[in-house]
Design a protein. Structure first.
Ligand SMILES: Cc1cc2nc3c(=O)[nH]c(=O)nc-3n(C[C@H](O)[C@H](O)[C@H](O)COP(=O)(O)OP(=O)(O)OC[C@H]3O[C@@H](n4cnc5c(N)ncnc54)[C@H](O)[C@@H]3O)c2cc1C
Length: 395
């Protein structure tokens, strides 16, 4: 089976940034993408919150990201990832173009805003139809707009949009919002917000840009027009997690849980970008996640490769595990290093603090310690109390 060091799934801002960092760290990187590299930003005409680029279309930024990853010879593969399988620590990515084993995997498949599915929606995405208030709110300065939805996101984003818009209609199919009381009170006390109860959006109309919404009252059946310049859909966002459902620790909504190093519940698998459980889903946060995930994966891969070749593959090896944050233990490691050089002592020095996971896996609870391994199995562990214990190795 094909084997690679780092397999990244998804070439959006998170995956492309991870590829740049991974390649610069000298890793063999394979980037799998089923659509157009750049990810969700390809759907927007305006990006003006990516630092250093005052304005670009989403696809322009996507091309820049892709070219940047290509500059460092990232290998791209056009394929759909169907599953990830993990058995005895071996991680395999199954795709419609074959299977790949990855020493480490970064999942960066992003998320999608659920569409409402009404007439005229697809044609006006990026032309007045938006799924992201932080991204697009500023384009509606002093204009009248609408929000569709009744949950927390819809109500809170409607309040945020009043920073720009002269009026924000909230179109909701019921006669009260599902959002928290505090959020509802804040929205209803805002003079720029006007709820439109018991109403659904039937059609978005306009030559090029959005000009009006066709609404239907669900109680009376009455049809009416609402002239607006934009409409924000907040009928839910969901992660692209079809291929890894049930594999990793996730929230109820399917968002992958990570720590701040982007580590998931499975060692060697990382998640970055919108697919993660997080508050702010933006290009800048996705890229930051990608950089962190790649550096975490790089440390993990180096640790695995180094430890495999030094500890587990040789017929017999003595290893000295110490902690690099303990001055006494560092001094002992220096003595061991000198003995190794001057007397040709057969010993491997491992910083157990930096290789904490491996140390834990080996069952090492106290450091400094001398560990004797034969063909990858520990046959003896001896706590080192001072230099004399190291000198015994020489005899
Ligand atoms: C209309 C719109 C406007 C936006 N405007 C802004 C803005 O102005 N500023 C801003 O900062 N953010 C904006 N955002 C949000 C921003 O685009 C996202 O936060 C960002 O793209 C997330 O990056 P990501 O890499 O995590 O995921 P994504 O960009 O979603 O990329 C994930 C990639 O993974 C691929 N993929 C998914 N599943 C698979 C699979 N099974 N196999 C292979 N590949 C797969 C997808 O095809 C996609 O290319 C906007 C979003 C939208 C929808």
């Amino acid at each position: 089976m094909e084997k690679r060091e780092l397999v990244i799934i998804g070439a959006g801002p998170a995956g492309l940034t991870a590829a740049i960092y991974g390649r610069r760290a000298g890793l063999d990187v394979l980037l799998l993408e089923k659509g157009v590299p750049g990810g969700q930003i390809n759907m927007t005409e305006e990006i003006e919150n990516w630092p250093g680029v005052k304005h670009a279309t989403g696809s322009e930024l996507g091309v820049m990201f892709r070219e940047h990853a290509e500059k460092f010879n990232t290998e791209f593969r056009d394929c759909n990832v169907e599953a990830i399988e993990v058995k005895d620590g071996v991680k395999v990515v199954r795709t419609d173009k074959g299977d790949v084993e990855g020493e480490a995997i970064i999942i960066a498949t992003g998320a999608y805003f659920r569409k409402l599915g009404c007439k005229g929606e697809d044609e006006h995405i990026g032309a007045g139809v938006s799924y992201c208030a932080v991204c697009d709110g500023a384009f509606f300065e002093d204009l009248e707009i609408a929000v569709v939805g009744g949950g927390n996101t819809a109500v809170e984003e409607a309040v945020y949009l009043t920073t720009f818009a002269s009026k924000v209609y909230i179109i909701h199919r019921r006669d009260e919002f599902r959002a928290d009381r505090a959020a509802v009170e804040r929205a209803l006390s805002n003079p720029k917000i006007q709820p439109v109860w018991n109403t659904v959006l039937e059609e978005i109309a306009g030559e090029g840009m959005v000009e009006k919404l066709v609404l239907k009252n669900v109680k009376t059946g009455e049809i009416s027009d609402l002239p607006v310049s934009g409409v924000f859909m907040f009928v839910g966002q969901a992660p692209h997690d079809e291929f890894c459902k049930g594999l990793l620790g996730c929230t109820k909504g399917g968002w992958i849980q990570t720590n701040e190093d982007m580590e998931t519940s499975i060692e060697g698998i990382y998640a970055a970008g919108d697919i993660r459980d997080k508050n702010l889903r933006q290009v800048v946060t996705a890229s930051a996640d990608g950089a962190i995930a790649a550096m975490s994966a790089s440390s993990y891969i180096n640790e695995q490769v180094h430890l495999r070749s030094t500890l587990f593959e040789p017929d017999q090896v003595n290893a000295f595990f110490y902690s690099s944050v303990d001055q006494g233990q560092v001094a002992l490691s220096n003595i061991a290093e000198e003995m190794k050089k001057e007397k040709g002592l057969n010993i491997v020095l491992i910083d157990g603090y930096r290789n904490a996971k491996m140390t834990e896996k080996l069952g090492i609870k106290v450091m400094p310690v001398l560990v004797e391994l034969r063909k990858g199995s520990i046959i003896r562990m001896t706590e080192v109390k001072g230099e004399a214990d190291l000198q015994k190795l020489d005899s």
